[in-house]
Design a protein around this ligand. Structure first.
Ligand SMILES: [Zn+2]
Ligand SMILES: [Zn+2]
Length: 186
């Protein structure tokens, strides 16, 4: 005869309560994992089929499904991908915008006046304020001195390079100025 073990009813009640709480906790945990997976997959993929598949994996396999999901999910969220593409674009644009030498097309710095590789003249210097000027400018934007050394106008004032002129004429682009003076000569 097996001796009958009397379990006090209070112990049974306590065990039932613990089991109920434990069960409820695990159910909540399971649902939370499913919700988390669904949200995380949505952040990482636009493909709704992949999102549903990932969620189903956790629904069916529970925590093991979550482990599988961690192994398979895309490493970056869509927002991170977007941010990275923006950064790359900005970097490319920055590279493209850096000035290049017209002679050897190597990258040059904006402050250089001569290319160190092929000795092509990149900038000219204002004779009055010593600022670097673009070769095409025919007036210094810093002090207003007309510059004689621009590509076409240099033959207009032979022997007076960079002379500060007291000029009351309206400032016109170089090409127009040449037309103006040549028509005056003829
Ligand atoms: Zn060069
Ligand atoms: Zn100047």
């Amino acid at each position: 005869m097996i001796p009958e073990i009397q379990i006090p009813s209070i112990v049974i009640t306590i065990l039932q309560v613990i089991l109920a709480f434990g069960g409820a906790f695990f159910l909540a945990l399971w649902l939370s994992l499913i919700t988390w997976t669904f949200r995380d997959a949505r952040l990482r993929s636009r493909d709704i089929f992949a999102v549903i598949l990932a969620t189903l994996m956790v629904v069916v396999f529970g925590p093991l499904g979550l482990v599988l999901y961690f192994l398979l999910r895309p490493p970056m969220t869509l927002a991170e991908l977007y941010e990275r593409s923006l950064e790359e674009e900005a970097l490319l644009q920055d590279l493209e915008e850096r000035p290049r030498c017209p002679g050897c097309s190597r990258q040059v710095q904006d402050v250089w006046i001569v290319c160190p590789d092929c000795h092509t003249k990149l900038k000219k210097i204002c004779t009055t304020c010593q600022h670097n000027l673009h070769l095409t400018w025919n007036i210094c934007p810093f002090c207003g001195t007309p510059t004689a050394a621009s590509v076409a106008s240099s033959n207009q004032h032979p022997g007076q390079p960079g002379q500060r002129m007291v000029d009351t004429r309206p400032i016109v682009p170089t090409s127009m100025a040449i037309e103006h003076s040549s028509s005056a000569v003829s």
